[in-house]
Write a protein that binds this ligand. Structure first.
Ligand code: P6P
Length: 340
């Protein structure tokens, strides 16, 4: 019987990475596999959300003051559960939990990583069958291994990330993660229940024709952003663009499309919300880490997202990220608008 060995599963890939780096202990591979397991369980419920009474609000609001839907709660429970009972994570931070959760058991205290995640980003799209996602960041803890981790282990800038990724629950379910060695994408094969390597060494095209932004906020954007958007629109007429405006309203889906096809995603500061909407530690940082490892650029309008030193767990940041050439053009507008 011929066995197809061409397809690498996520587990095989992470173990192969382990073989290639003798100094690796396997903890990071184990942590990534844990997240992969949780996302497969989340995927099952996301795919049948319309069929069972899992829709609808869970009847309370999360730390963000947003209505919590039952899938958010379920997704959070899956991720906390696998990481708490794994061997690679000392504690977690989650969009669904006000403070960090320090696992404080002997095995977890001897783990060298901490993890932050948004268990189900874009959850307002659940009821209308739009792609949603899980985002995650992995840091090496700063506190001594052997002791419980502490909050400062989580408040590290993105340039200290060891790994980061997302799962997109869309027309297919994909697990995309980056380490300093690059970005790789794995598509779930339901017939074997495994994520299989489908997008090796993802590179973000240096230029694209897609700009992603919520146009409804146009008059609340910084002037430079308004000028850049207008330039994109004019390009469709004058320079034989055309640029397309694509906005799903689900961070993972918008960033994933632009990562593969080229483009720029913007969630700017707003006149009445100076820090924008997206959360730095578990939304902006993982997306910025992936975009940069794929050859793109990600800033808050003035500095690299990954250089921002966090002070609080759920702090927000303006976010601009995507194709290098498009980001360079945007930066000119943002700089120029400061001088006007
Ligand atoms: P707006 C979803 O609620 C989310 O957090 C991101 O997934 C998405 O990019 C953004 O908010 C959309 O926000 O204000 O455009 O609806």
């Amino acid at each position: 019987m011929y066995i197809n060995r061409k397809v690498l599963t996520l587990d095989e890939f992470t173990i192969q990475q382990l073989r290639n780096f003798s100094s690796a202990t396997g903890e990071l591979s184990s942590l990534l596999r844990d997240i992969g397991l949780a996302s497969k369980r989340i995927n099952v419920e996301v795919n049948k959300a319309g069929l069972v009474d899992i829709l609808g609000e869970a009847g309370h609001t999360n730390v963000q003051g947003e209505d919590v839907k039952k899938l958010d709660v379920f997704a959070n429970q899956q991720l906390v559960g696998v990481l708490k009972h794994g061997i690679s994570c000392a504690g977690i931070g989650s969009e669904e939990i006000e403070g960090v959760e320090i696992f404080n058991d002997e095995v977890s205290n001897n783990s060298k990583y901490v993890c932050l995640f948004d268990p189900l980003d874009g959850s307002s799209n659940i009821d209308v069958n739009v792609s949603i996602g899980t985002t995650f960041s992995v840091y090496r803890r700063l506190s001594a291994v052997g002791q419980p981790c502490v909050e400062d282990d989580f408040l590290q800038p993105g340039n200290k990330l060891v790994a980061a990724g997302y799962v997109i629950y869309g027309s297919s379910t994909m697990f995309v993660y980056a380490t300093r060695r690059g970005v790789n994408g794995f598509t779930l094969d339901p017939s074997i229940g495994e994520f299989c390597l489908s997008h090796p060494d993802i590179q973000c095209p240096s230029v694209g024709t897609i700009y992603s932004v919520n146009h409804g906020n146009f008059f609340r954007f910084p002037k430079g952003v308004q000028q850049y958007i207008t330039a994109c629109q004019k390009r469709a007429v004058m320079d034989g663009g055309p640029y397309s405006q694509r906005y799903i309203g689900s961070l993972v889906a918008d960033v994933h499309r632009n990562l593969i096809k080229g483009g720029i995603f913007m969630y700017p500061s707003l006149t009445d919300q100076a820090t924008g909407k997206l959360r730095l530690l578990y939304e902006c940082n993982p997306m910025a880490f992936i975009i940069e490892r794929a050859g793109g650029v990600a800033t808050d309008g003035s500095q690299r997202i990954l250089d921002i030193v966090p002070t609080t767990l759920h702090q927000r940041s303006p976010f601009y990220g995507g194709s290098r050439d498009m980001m360079e053009e945007l930066s000119g507008y943002l700089t120029n608008s400061d001088m006007q």
